[in-house]
Design a protein around this ligand. Structure first.
Ligand code: NAD
Length: 456
């Protein structure tokens, strides 16, 4: 089956059809129409998978993909045009340009936490750039995986776009094939497996991975607004967001007041019986639910801590000063648990931030401009926000991606188009003049060679 799809996509790509921008645009438009037609069914699937509230499904899944589609449809002609480049005088007469060309067939492997958006958003870029694609959605969000397969079947012939549903074995069978590009979103652990198998074939990759995202609240921060924006960014999708703040470093002089504000906003947003709130999702997988429960053992709680096995429900929970070697501070939490750690000096901050790999996201709440500038430039991270959380993902003009252990490559908007394109450099020489300086027998004195620098 995998072999058949691979062969069919190779043959289809070789027909050159996907190099036609009109062809690409027409399919992107059809995909947009189909998503609009199926939007309610997509939200139902997400609800069935982990009780994702409809507002969140629209705002963080379908509408983000539709925005990507609309932007690509509007700009694809401009993006695809050859880009004229200033010529080098030694090549005179010539015309130089960069031509974006598709790689070929692309493999997209995605996770369960934003199962629709993280499968379809990269697809938009891959198709806008003229590739064919095979998608492997996560088996852990099966209802969403099914609706993705159905939507794409309705729009594309399989030799152009195919969904391969299944678990780890399907992923492994796909990775054993030769691809021209692999786009992976998921854990750092599996990212390494993907990178290794891509290396075997020298396949270029994008790895969108996770990390432990710090969130600093200094003594000058507007505490109410900080708490409101952190509660939103942390507990949306029940904390299963790769760019959610993972832990708070709060200046010791404001920590207590800040915690009170956090508690207030959690209750304001989700009510006093959070399990009954229609606006709070569940943990998607049983394994991760168990891990989250274990993380809470022995910790001192400032808020929350309730759970319900029958629903994989974990209450938004604030943890007070967990030890650095505790389970909760070992790796990415990826759930509705928020540790609050007091700090006093910049060195205290550094101790924590430098203890983990480069995070995917970095957040600072402060009104001190000097401190903002210093901290945002001191650390390396995928992307970040000053005085808010998560929202840097919403500007499609900004590349989204990690660095170091949090990933390789950035996408969204034109960055997606560029990511899925090889940039071909082309020089077209004129024939009416041929400066002989570069040809043997070499006559140019060394000093002239050094002066010219570029002789060809
Ligand atoms: P995961 O790595 O377990 O799974 C992702 C995909 O890889 C799934 O489709 C799965 O079937 C496949 N897979 C699993 N094991 C495999 C193996 N041994 N060989 C080949 N393929 C395999 O990730 P997850 O648990 O679904 O997602 C959570 C992780 O994803 C978190 O670490 C989170 O930070 C990260 N994430 C990152 C981003 C981002 O944009 N950077 C977005 C969402 C999630």
């Amino acid at each position: 089956m995998v072999q058949e799809i691979v062969n069919a996509q190779n043959e289809f790509f070789a027909t050159q059809k996907t190099k036609d921008v009109v062809f690409r645009k027409q399919f992107l438009k059809q995909l947009k129409q189909e998503i609009i037609a199926q939007e309610d069914a997509i939200c139902d699937a997400l609800y069935a998978d982990f009780k994702k509230p409809k507002f969140e499904s629209l705002a963080t899944e379908t509408q983000l993909v539709l925005a990507e589609l609309g932007y690509a449809i509007k700009n694809i002609e401009r993006w695809s045009r050859p880009e004229p480049i200033e010529t080098s005088w030694t090549n005179f007469p010539s015309k130089d340009w960069i031509q974006s060309e598709p790689f070929g067939k692309v493999l997209i492997i995605s996770p369960w936490n934003y199962p629709f958006m993280l499968t379809l958003a990269p697809l938009v870029g891959a198709l806008a750039a003229g590739n064919t694609a095979v998608l492997k959605p996560s088996e852990l969000s099966p209802n969403t995986s099914r609706i993705i397969a159905k939507i794409l079947q309705n729009v594309f012939p399989p030799e152009y776009v195919t969904v391969m549903e299944g678990g780890v074995e399907t992923s492994q069978a796909l990775l054993a094939e030769k691809w021209e590009y692999i786009f992976f979103t998921g854990s750092t652990r599996v990212g390494k497996i993907v990178y290794k198998s891509a290396a075997e074939q020298l396949t270029p990759v994008t790895l969108e991975l996770g990390g432990k995202n710090p969130c600093i609240v200094d003594e000058t921060a507007s505490l109410k607004l900080a708490a409101k924006r952190i509660v939103w960014g942390k507990f949306i999708n029940a904390g299963q967001t790769c760019i959610a703040p993972d832990y708070i470093l709060a200046h010791k002089t404001v920590k207590e007041r800040f915690v009170e504000e956090l508690k207030r906003y959690i209750t304001d947003f989700y009510g006093s019986d959070i399990q009954k709130s229609p606006d709070f999702a569940r943990i998607t997988t049983k394994k991760h639910y168990q891990e989250l429960k274990e993380m809470l053992q022995g910790e001192s709680l400032l808020f929350g801590g309730n759970f319900d096995d029958s629903e994989k429900y974990i209450e938004p929970t604030l943890v007070d000063e967990p030890k650095m070697n505790s389970q909760i501070m070992e790796g990415e939490i990826f759930g509705p648990i928020l540790p609050i750690i007091p700090y006093e000096t910049e060195e205290d901050l550094h101790l924590y931030i430098s203890n983990y790999g480069k995070p995917l996201a970095f957040y600072l709440f402060s009104t001190d401009k000097k401190f903002q500038k210093k901290l945002m430039s001191r650390y390396s991270y995928g992307g970040g926000t000053i005085n808010d959380t998560v929202v840097h993902i919403s500007n499609k003009r900004l590349p989204f991606g990690g660095v170091g252990t949090s990933g390789i490559g950035g996408y969204h908007g034109k960055h997606s188009f560029d990511l899925f394109s090889h940039k071909k450099s082309i020089v077209k020489r004129g024939n009416w003049l041929d400066i002989p300086l570069r040809y043997a027998p070499y006559k140019l004195p060394d000093a002239w060679v050094k002066r010219f620098k570029h002789l060809f």
